[in-house]
Design a protein around this ligand. Structure first.
Ligand SMILES: C[S@@+](CC[C@H](N)C(=O)[O-])C[C@H]1O[C@@H](n2cnc3c(N)ncnc32)[C@H](O)[C@@H]1O
Length: 330
């Protein structure tokens, strides 16, 4: 598999928790799988290499889709790639004639090729246009930062970045943009650094980390997508099918944990009002395979610092029908 390995190395993306996630899917000859977050293709390559199976990969980023050519050449009909969101995986798969699969894997967030390309505007470490759109469509970070009210910006920064100083950051943004439109990542990062003190240690020691995370999650509706993706996976997984999700921050992980807790029939995290609406006889549609999340090894974090906040949760689909379409409580 040297060609695949070379393409991966070129993309500079080291897949995180790859072996653990793909082990969890029970890949076998004749199986049918979905990689909902193709990225640089590390997970997809691993799945296709393990057995004579069928793989349907998705990514919302057209640049990631272009990168998939090497797998098409290598694996022919066994591999197919579509551009689109995993929240719409049922529609995307049904257009390919697929209505049920043996496993779905989601490796959330952004890839190294996205974050390391200044032109994509995801990173405060490089100067680039304030973009942050994974699909290169829709509203940019520049638009959000220059048009939303102080209260709206503070709300986004607090909710999706868990930034305690969100009001201070949004006030600084409003002041700065009253003098000149904010169009560059470096300018925004400097505005934030002037009002948020640097933390002594921890993963987000650059003061801009949390605000950049918040804008990215908001612009790409990442949590809405995750909820839709989990519910879609529930509907297309066969009984015994596996769901594996790798999350990179607590907001994502909380969402996965609550979804599974609810589908296991546990009450924790579900409001009394939601329970009142639900018949008490609802049967668990998943069972947990990992009681506790799986974390990367010390060695993986040492060789790939981006792995440090990752955690994997795995569940198995039961024979119970899917729960009705609605956003689960979070
Ligand atoms: C962390 S990377 C995945 C890396 C991949 N597992 C690998 O081994 O190279 C996340 C990828 O998921 C894509 N993505 C994020 N949210 C998505 C969504 N809702 N639907 C489809 N793709 C999404 C991003 O564009 C990015 O390419």
């Amino acid at each position: 598999m040297q060609v695949g390995a070379d393409v991966l190395a070129e993309s500079a993306h080291l897949p995180v928790l790859c072996k653990e996630s793909i082990d969890a899917l029970n890949i076998r000859d004749g199986g049918c799988y979905v990689d909902g977050t193709f990225g640089a293709g590390g997970y997809s390559l691993e799945i296709l290499s393990r057995a004579k199976c069928q793989l349907f990969s998705l990514d919302r980023d057209p640049v990631a889709i272009d990168r998939a050519d090497y797998l098409v050449r290598e694996f022919g009909d066994r591999f197919s790639i579509s551009q689109g969101c995993f929240g719409e995986m049922e529609v995307l798969l049904s257009s390919l004639g697929v209505d049920s699969v043996d496993a779905v894997v989601l490796d959330l967030g952004v890839s190294s090729p996205q974050i390391d390309n200044p032109e994509r505007g995801f990173s405060f470490k490089f100067d680039g246009p304030l973009d942050m759109r994974m699909s290169s469509e829709g509203v940019t970070a520049e638009h959000i930062v220059n048009t939303l009210s102080e209260a709206e910006l503070a709300d986004i920064i607090y909710t999706y970045g868990e930034e305690r100083l969100s009001r201070r950051v949004s006030r600084a943004i409003i002041l700065a943009r009253s003098k000149e439109r904010i169009t560059r990542t470096a300018v925004l990062a400097d505005i934030i650094r002037k009002v948020v003190p640097r933390r002594k240690n921890g993963r987000d020691n650059d003061p801009a980390t949390r605000t950049f995370q918040a804008l990215r999650i908001y612009i790409n509706d990442e949590l809405g997508e995750l909820k839709r993706g989990l519910e879609a996976a529930e509907r297309i997984l066969m009984p015994g099918g596996r769901l594996a999700v790798v999350a990179f921050h607590s907001l994502e992980d909380r969402c996965v944990k609550k979804f599974l807790a609810e589908r296991l029939g546990r009450n924790n995290g579900v409001s009394r009002h939601a329970l009142a609406r639900e018949p008490s006889s609802r049967t668990a549609s998943f069972k947990l395979i990992t009681k506790k999340p799986i974390y990367p090894t010390f060695l993986e974090v040492q060789s790939n610092p981006r792995a440090r906040s990752a955690r994997l949760r795995v569940a198995e689909r039961t024979t119970a029908p899917s729960w009705p379409r609605r956003q689960f409580n979070d």
